[in-house]
Design a binder for this molecule. Structure first.
Ligand SMILES: [Zn+2]
Ligand SMILES: [Zn+2]
Length: 625
């Protein structure tokens, strides 16, 4: 039987007196946390990555933006310690599809989950539309005493509704006011709210601050009566938790104003009731270019002063990008195989699209690094050529501010998956080109084609090397050593001006200087250096022989490299012959079959894409690519 193992929510209701004695006094600090502190604790409640100290809930979902996440956590920490940054709107600036929206989504879910735990237990005055803290019941004249007694400070005052009820329903006796445990929930509008500006002309401040409750107005007969107002604006419903503002640059100035007051004063102003205390984390987001336009307007200057910006950029690390795709594709139920290097190909092109094309833009010095170099450095691959200093020089502030989002990249892969039984790198690329075209993206066809052109040699290099490896397999060493033996024999003869025995006729013939030079030239040994090179090699061999030590073609790095290249070259002809011929010999058929098996077993190909990869390499060889 399927066990339904849902823990029931631990509800609690009681009077303020009971709450104070039974709950609050047990841990005054815990029950007087600010919204910032509560969020910070919530994040770390579920554990953190040891090395980077990033909460697991974030670390397991978001990749490639550690810097921004850390900056966010530092700000949140400072705010939770009461520093002035808690009077700022946290503004995430960055292109669509960066992790900024994902982070806010995670924060909301973490708040919901944490509020169900014992550590995250949160209490409020029962039926308060702001679910405000019961501590607001303590009147100002008692607060100093309260702080001396419990060691915690109280911030904020009772909302008009609770104030009214206290006077009218509880005869001003705060001890009688009912308190309950609350559970944060975006769906139920408790402590979590999202503001989406929508159409400019229909934006109304009531979304933030609420509006008249016409039904109760007729009962109270008074617009200024606390019960005549619906405190259902998002600023109130998100009290104690988090308020998200999507595309803040689209908001009208009259909506921004109350928001700035909330940030600065931690109070919301509803004309007829004066200032109402709120405590919430304010996070807004916008994209880079819209935001530049937005803050350039005079009326929005105050906004800039009241925000703390974090610039989110697209991920620029290739490895992280591939991880992001894997993560995003994990939810797909498709059984379609994805050929090796498909994600890498799309990731490479996407990251190239995020790099500023004009590498000198905004810099005093022109940059000599190619886009491909920059891509590799961002991935921590310095290829033995570059240093950290090069990387510092190569970076550009504009990198990561625009380009192909991970969402579009993954959509392209998904669309390809729905059309093919196995998706190859080029299937995905062609979907990506189509998709960008259909979306009327800023990235024009010519640009994307240029990027493909730029990145595909990386794939060609890789696919050639694995296909060659698959064909050569175990026979490689054998053939390399056969070359080596021949080289040693002829080199010896050349130094002593002797003849060598022809293995076929048994006759003594001249040594093959052309063969020796062919090997040596592969690794750049010049004619005048040849004699010296051969002498040293043979000396080393004779020492090893005297000591009875084994040796093979890897005895010297230059000879090893030369011979490996030579074997590859020879094999290239065989492989070329095998994979490009329409009618295959028995040997060729078997070699192809073995190569497919090798690719399937070692590189995560399926039989189809292994065969496709071999055909593709044949094509590359045919076209000398
Ligand atoms: Zn209240
Ligand atoms: Zn496949």
């Amino acid at each position: 039987m399927f066990k339904i193992n849902v823990k029931p929510k631990k509800h609690w209701t009681g009077t303020f007196r009971e709450w104070l004695d039974d709950i609050f006094s047990e841990n005054p600090e815990k029950y007087s946390r600010s919204a910032h502190k509560y969020l910070y604790d919530a994040l770390y409640y579920f554990g953190a990555d040891n090395e980077k100290n990033i909460p697991n809930k974030i670390y397991s979902e978001i990749f490639g933006v550690d810097e921004q996440v850390k900056e966010f956590l530092n700000i949140l920490k400072a705010a939770s310690e009461g520093h002035d940054v808690r009077r700022r709107i946290l503004l995430f600036v960055g292109p669509v599809g960066t992790a900024k929206s994902t982070l806010v989504y995670i924060l909301k879910r973490v708040l919901e989950e944490y509020s169900l735990t014992e550590d995250g237990a949160l209490y409020a005055i029962k039926d308060c539309p702001l679910h405000e803290t019961p501590l607001h019941l303590i009147p100002n004249e008692l607060r100093k005493e309260f702080t001396d007694y419990f060691g915690v400070e109280i911030e904020g005052n009772l909302c008009p509704v609770c104030q009214y009820r206290l006077e009218n329903d509880y005869e001003n006796d705060i001890e009688k006011v009912p308190v309950e445990r609350i559970f944060l929930s975006e769906q139920k509008r408790i402590g979590i709210a999202t503001f989406v500006p929508g159409d400019y002309n229909s934006q109304d401040v009531s979304v933030l601050l609420g509006s008249e409750n016409l039904k109760t107005v007729t009962e109270t007969g008074d617009f200024a009566h606390p019960l005549s107002w619906n405190f259902n604006g998002s600023i109130f419903t998100s009290n104690r938790g988090l308020h998200e503002f999507v595309e803040i640059h689209k908001a009208k100035p009259d909506l921004l104003y109350p928001l700035l007051v909330v940030a600065q004063e931690r109070e919301a102003k509803v004309d007829r009731f004066g200032m109402i205390s709120v405590d919430e984390v304010l996070i807004a987001h916008t994209n880079y270019s819209e935001y530049q336009k937005f803050v350039a307007k005079k009326e929005n200057e105050a906004f800039k002063d009241r925000t703390r910006e974090i610039e989110w950029k697209y991920n620029l690390s290739l490895n992280s990008e591939v991880e992001i795709y894997k993560k995003m594709l994990k939810t797909s139920k498709s059984k379609t195989h994805i050929a090796p290097w498909t994600l890498e190909m799309i990731a490479g092109i996407s990251i190239l699209s995020r790099l500023e094309e004009d590498r000198s833009k905004g810099k005093d010095k022109a940059s000599n690094y190619s886009l491909l170099d920059v891509l590799k450095m961002y991935n921590g691959d310095f290829s033995g050529k570059f240093t950290e200093k090069d990387f510092e020089e190569a970076k550009n502030d504009f990198d990561g501010r625009s380009g192909i989002s991970p969402r579009i990249a993954v959509d392209a892969i998904s669309f390809a998956m729905s059309k093919h039984e196995c998706v190859s790198p080029y299937d995905a690329v062609s979907e990506l080109v189509d998709l960008l075209g259909k979306m009327n993206s800023e990235i024009k066809k010519e640009k994307i084609e240029k990027l493909i052109e730029l990145y595909q040699p990386e794939y060609h290099k890789w696919v050639k090397s694995v296909v060659f490896e698959a064909f050569i397999g175990s026979t490689f060493r054998k053939e390399a050593n056969a070359y080596f033996d021949k080289y040693v024999e002829h080199a010896f003869a050349s130094l002593n001006n002797e003849k060598v025995k022809d293995p076929f006729t048994g006759k003594y013939v001249d040594f093959d200087e052309r063969f020796l030079r062919a090997i040596e030239e592969v690794v750049g040994i010049k004619q005048e250096q040849a004699r010296d090179f051969r002498t040293k090699l043979l000396l080393k061999i004779s020492i090893l022989q005297k000591e009875n030590k084994p040796f093979d073609y890897s005895i010297n790095p230059k000879i090893k490299e030369a011979i490996e290249k030579k074997v590859m070259e020879d094999k290239a002809n065989f492989i070329r012959g095998t994979i490009t011929s329409y009618v295959k010999s028995e040997e060729q058929t078997k070699a192809t079959k073995d190569a497919i098996d090798y690719l399937v077993n070692n590189y995560n190909f399926c039989e189809k894409c292994a065969q496709d990869a071999i055909n593709f390499v044949a094509y590359l060889l045919d076209h000398n690519l």
